[in-house]
Design a protein around this ligand. Sequence first.
Ligand code: SF4
Length: 195
Amino acid sequence: MSKLIPLLEEVRACRLCEARLPLGPRPVVRAGEGARLLIVGQAPGTRVHETGIPWNDPSGDRLRDWLQMDREAFYDENRIAIMPMGFCYPGRGKGGDLPPRPECAPQWHEQLLAELPDLQLTLLVGQYAQKYYLPEPGKTLSDNVRDFARALQHGYFPLPHPSPRNRLWLRQRPWFEEEVLPVLRERVKRLGAFV
Ligand code: SF4
């Protein structure tokens, strides 16, 4: 019998780094046994913390646009698992939200992945997920994204963070929309019945 449901209950009760979380623990993670696509992002922002729904913000809207996917498909956890590098809102620093809590992924990711046997593709959204998962990460996030074909051999698709703050990054790299997004959409479509 799958241990996924009790494991998710355990995750949602996690208090491991409570002392470092300004708004307290509220782990945001979604997964169903049949998930074929996994999205590994950074950590919830305040809006996601409030609603408990991952990617429920302008970044999520852009990510769905990249994937050409509506909200219904995106939030079907039996098709898509969503597991950030840090499950709880980490607070703010000088330059914006703090990095994901470093305790989180080592504590939970491997256990969750063991209960998701049908995963075929993992989107690594942002530098933290790429550093953690890519077997040979490049020097920069741009290098990782540009070299997506190599990552795909390992089942990973590196992406920039779709935050509105990254507009400049996207404007300066037209190859992302022209060359990377069509492959991303084709790969996601291949997983079946997402749109
Ligand atoms: S960030 Fe992760 S490790 Fe820390 S309390 Fe939340 S779920 Fe637990």
